[in-house]
Design a protein. Structure first.
Length: 488
């Protein structure tokens, strides 16, 4: 694409350069100097630990045609100065790949917990009647393609490349997890969503946002990217969301609250009914009768995810019968209360990695009423002391409230995580110190394999072994299966 055309499509002022310079072909865009090739447009991002401006000379030497910068540097490469290179990159990437999102419907889901399950439910339901795409924490899916993910919301260049590939595969609607990092770092800037949702808000990612107030405002900002004709959904049982969004224009609430637009009437932790307010029926332009649904997943939080998916699919034009069939046929999500062993004892793996997620996981497992609960929890590395102390407190309070015996095994998973997710001594202390006066047995194993094998040795008939944690637990299923096969 010609540089001038790219700038015009991105609504970035065209510099007064020579015709030759402004009409040169741009072969690629990148913010990684290692990926620069002749004809590239290089974007200098100011990162958390490095400054892309220091790599301008390397980009120039490799043949970059032009650079986007926030300040002029003494390097012999044409430079376009913009106030925010991250924001500029979002518009440039969108234009470079032909603005694919404008030709598809986008559904964006943000929140502390529930993004993955909700978007996978929506993708599963919509996929019954149309070509649907999914972009999320676990993978990217469209057609028969399944590609692993490294981020909840991809890097902005990769995101638009994925959307372009989906468009080429005739995908008409995309369900996307939108992380607070993606919103803060402009990965989704410039995208217009047909429908959005905010699942809940509780303490998380304070290493980036520094306060719950900042984190909340970042999550709420997704509503600013809502199509004026679209719908925004929020969990009315979440006190923060109710305070900010109750009565807001073009919003629909869901939850157990009597004033919820999609109200949960709960019969058990997998069987429930949804009733619809007159406001919901007017906004969705449908005459909706109560629907009773039996999920194959368990846990109250999964009922919330299912009700939100129902609302999003109704807003997208699905009929109730298709939605109910989709919800009831859904098999669950990898590492989201996933039963990975079910014989004399159960092993359940859950990605819970913040206070609300930990509490929800233990509450869900408690409904099974195990003989004993054996929990293996991975400390979060490189996320700070505050979140680890709050995770520990949530775990202590949740386990302290159950009416069956508990054993807790804590691990830093030093044999499983990479350097980026390594637990510091301060993070470890913030977590383990919460359990100094624990009413139940607490063990600590630095290695994930030793923590899991200790739990397996403890587990007996009727017990549940619950695995909790994010990156620290990524290898747990592999280790568990090997240990069960060879014996521990």
């Amino acid at each position: 694409m010609k540089l001038k055309k790219l700038l015009c499509a991105s609504q970035i002022p065209v510099p007064y350069w020579s015709e030759e310079l402004i009409n040169q072909d741009i072969s690629a865009i990148t913010h990684n100097s290692n990926e620069v090739k002749p004809g590239s447009l290089f974007v200098a991002l100011c990162g958390f630990t490095t400054d892309g401006h220091t790599y301008l000379r390397e980009a120039s030497n490799k043949g970059a045609a032009v650079a986007f910068v926030e300040r002029k540097c003494p390097v012999s490469i044409p430079q376009i100065v913009v106030p925010d290179t991250r924001k500029a990159l979002a518009y440039i990437a969108n234009a470079f790949y032909g603005s694919p999102a404008k030709k598809m419907s986008l559904i964006g889901v943000t929140g502390t917990n529930g993004k993955t399950t909700t978007t996978q439910l929506v993708h599963h339901i919509l996929g019954q009647t149309r070509k649907s795409g999914l972009i999320g924490t676990i993978d990217v899916r469209y057609g028969s393609k399944i590609e692993p993910s490294s981020l909840t919301t991809p890097d902005v260049i990769l995101l638009h490349e994925i959307l372009q590939r989906m468009l080429s595969a005739n995908v008409s609607c995309v369900s996307m997890e939108v992380s607070s990092h993606a919103l803060e770092l402009h990965r989704v800037t410039g995208l217009l969503f047909d429908h959005v949702a905010i699942t809940n808000i509780s303490t998380d990612h304070l290493d980036l946002h520094h306060s719950l107030a900042n984190y909340t405002q970042t999550k709420l900002s997704l509503l600013n990217q809502l199509n004026p004709l679209g719908n925004g959904f929020y969990n009315i049982d979440d006190a923060i969301l109710r305070r900010h969004l109750y009565g807001a224009k073009n919003t629909l609430s869901y939850g157990k609250h009597p004033k919820a637009d999609l109200r949960i009437m709960c019969f058990s932790h997998s069987l429930f009914q949804i009733t619809f307010s007159l406001h919901a029926q007017r906004l969705l332009k449908k005459n909706l009768q109560p629907s009773t649904i039996q999920l194959q997943m368990f846990g109250e939080h999964n009922i919330y995810n299912a009700v939100l998916a129902t609302g999003l699919c109704l807003a997208h034009g699905c009929d109730v019968q298709t939605i109910v069939q989709g919800l009831e046929s859904f098999q669950g999500v990898h590492r989201r209360l996933q039963v990975i062993h079910n014989q004399s004892f159960k092993v359940i793996d859950d990605y819970a990695h913040n206070p609300a997620g930990i509490a929800a996981s233990i509450q869900a497992v408690s409904t099974i009423n195990p003989k004993r609960l054996i929990v293996v929890c991975a400390i979060r590395g490189t996320r700070g002391c505050t979140i680890n102390q709050e995770n520990g407190t949530s775990l202590l309070e949740s386990l302290g409230s159950v009416n069956f015996p508990v054993h807790l095994i804590i691990t830093a998973a030093t044999d499983s995580v990479n350097a980026k997710d390594r637990v510091s001594s301060d993070e470890r202390l913030a977590f383990v110190s919460v359990f100094n006066d624990s009413p139940f047995p607490v063990y600590e194993e630095p290695l994930l394999c030793e923590a899991l094998n200790r739990a397996l040795r403890l587990a007996g008939e009727g017990d549940i072994m619950l695995l909790l944690g994010a990156q620290g637990m990524d290898r747990a299923q592999e280790i568990i299966r090997h240990s069960l096969m060879v014996g521990v």
